[in-house]
Design a binder for this molecule. Sequence first.
Ligand code: BG6
Length: 531
Amino acid sequence: MGALAFVFARKSTAKGLSRIMSLPDANPVPPTSRAPAGARPAPACTLVIFGAHGDLTKRLLMPALYNLAGSGLLDPGFRIIGIDRVASTTAQWRDGLTEMMQSFTHDPNAEFHAPSIDSAQWGWVCERLEYVQADFGDIAQVRALGAKIPGNAIFYLAVSSRFFAPVVEMLGQAGLVTQEDGRFRRVVVEKPFGADLASARELNRRILAVLDESQVYRIDHFLGKETVQNILAMRFGNLLFEPLWRNEFIDHVQITAAETIGVEQRGAFYEPTGALRDMIPNHLFQLFGMVAMEPPNSFSADTVRTSKEQLFEAVRPIPPTDAVRGQYGAGTVGGAAVTAYRESPGVAPDSHTETYVALKLHVDNWRWAGVPFYLRTGKSLGGRRTEVVVQFKKPPMMMFRDTETQDLPPNRIILNIQPAQGLTVEMGAKKPGPKMDLAEVQVRFRYEDVFAQTPNVGYETLLYDCLTGDATLFQRADNIEAAWRAVDPVLQAWADNADGLELYPAGATGPKGADDLLARDGRAWYPLDGV
Ligand code: BG6
């Protein structure tokens, strides 16, 4: 994993940013070297972005490159070529992106938060941007790109998933992904990677007919989150947790990604996708992998991914009876009225696409046999929360109890991914006074209390790792297929069958069936408010 990821030290505060008022200077000052201790600038490379006018490029890739430039982690020979069908020039593309970067400073919904943009830092990125108007279905145009990229190159497919295989094939035909004379050629593939096991396999087959696995970087942005990487640091950088991390002591694990936002303007994408495909075999499985895999022998990409693979292979395919789906109706979220999913643009009025899913996973291995993993994710819920709750069994003998409840809640370790970032331990402590009476208390670690906050949209580490050839935080072909294999029986049972789709009002915690899924095992979800 990149040196960025495992520097066990306080990070230095980002340099103060000053407001950019105009297009960058012709010869902006390159950012001084502010690379985190132990991190070296990435080698010179051309980043070719297919989908230069898309949302991902504007909202995430550009801010991430700006932040990387600010950390001094990009080589002076770094360049960016943006490709799209939209008629535009390099100057227009640069202007548009500059405006966009400025607009983020006063957009509360933007992933990139900074009070202002540093003109030298953005200028350093901006002067390296070149726009090429091209149809990436046209082999002559793709071939012409070759002359612009003499050395190392990364091709970033920030395009609709239906173009993934055709673009890779086109790059292959044009000879652009051949690694020779010491140059590397890599391809970053975004999600969704397939829509079920069969299509994911087919996509892997077509990509791997052109590229070697080591050239393919299948991205899952959850793995770029500091708090997700911290799960590994916590588990394997301390002795405290790992001895307890097994079925002898753990009762069950809950993995939640609850969102307050609805489908917004993404109806056309979301209708054929739904919550299960959108979140489970990718984001939630990555969290599950970090929490449950065996300790890898090292942090080399293949060792970590093999460890994950062994875990995923041990997941029992999920029977449809262990899966619940829901769809939000009209309601209120955070005091604001929300219209029903079925009334969103691009959504069928009788849609049975799920906007909520809850599942129970069983892992057939020595460590986790008998410990259920409950996964849930949904849109337009009452609380925004991504977290993992590890609930312990009760002590073998209860010597103490809370005199009011005559019981004591179990210990829990909560890995707070977002918006709270850190770790919470719930445990019993003696209430002051003459009686031996216990109360539940929380011990909290919060990133913001300990570390200086550096601007981050979550793609910085992933881009840097790709530039330095570290695929640890990217998904291997077998990881992706194993995750689809686990959810495939549910997808098949739900296809064209609306039975069991429950409506829940926007602002609720989900459908009742999700509570029943745990209640029938004598358990309950960790509340969506609190912590
Ligand atoms: C995306 C999904 O991959 O992840 C979205 O397509 C979802 O539907 C998003 O909202 C959640 O990511 P984050 O980083 O906002 O938790």
